[in-house]
Design a protein around this ligand. Structure first.
Ligand SMILES: Nc1nc2c(c(=O)[nH]1)N=C([C@H](O)[C@@H](O)CO)CN2
Length: 117
């Protein structure tokens, strides 16, 4: 089964970073996600109740990121991935977390993880 919903370019502002100067102000993070879901039940009945809602997932990621402070992108990405699996029943996900301009002369840096239960 290869159906997926996706979220591209979800911008969230959060305090995150290893260094002291990063811990006093929010900066932009960007999430890109693919989440496995079988769309057939939702499609068969044109039924939102059967759909994995990208709006709810985006809202959760935004709220979680804004309300938690970590040093590492790894910690934030892993915690969100585990919540998506346990709270939203996601069976597989790919999450890219970007911290734009965190490295001089690089447009973007970050990480990509894939997880399943
Ligand atoms: N693998 C990682 N490397 C680095 C991280 C990180 O979260 N994961 N963070 C930093 C600093 O916070 C950096 O973004 C400051 O510009 C360095 N390396």
């Amino acid at each position: 089964m290869t159906d997926r919903i996706f979220i591209e370019g979800l911008e969230v502002y959060a305090v995150i970073g290893v260094f002291d100067w990063e811990k006093t102000h929010k900066r932009k993070l960007v999430f890109d996600l693919e989440l496995a879901t079988d769309i057939r039940a939702a499609a068969r009945g044109d039924d939102y109740g059967q759909a994995l809602c990208y709006g709810k997932i985006s809202a959760f990621i935004t709220q979680y990121t804004e309300n938690h402070q970590f040093e590492l992108l790894e910690t934030l990405a892993e915690r969100i991935a585990q919540h998506l699996i346990s709270d939203f029943g996601v069976s597989w996900l790919r999450l890219k977390l970007s911290k734009p301009r965190a490295v001089a002369n690089a447009r973007n840096v970050g990480l990509i993880i894939e997880r399943q239960p």
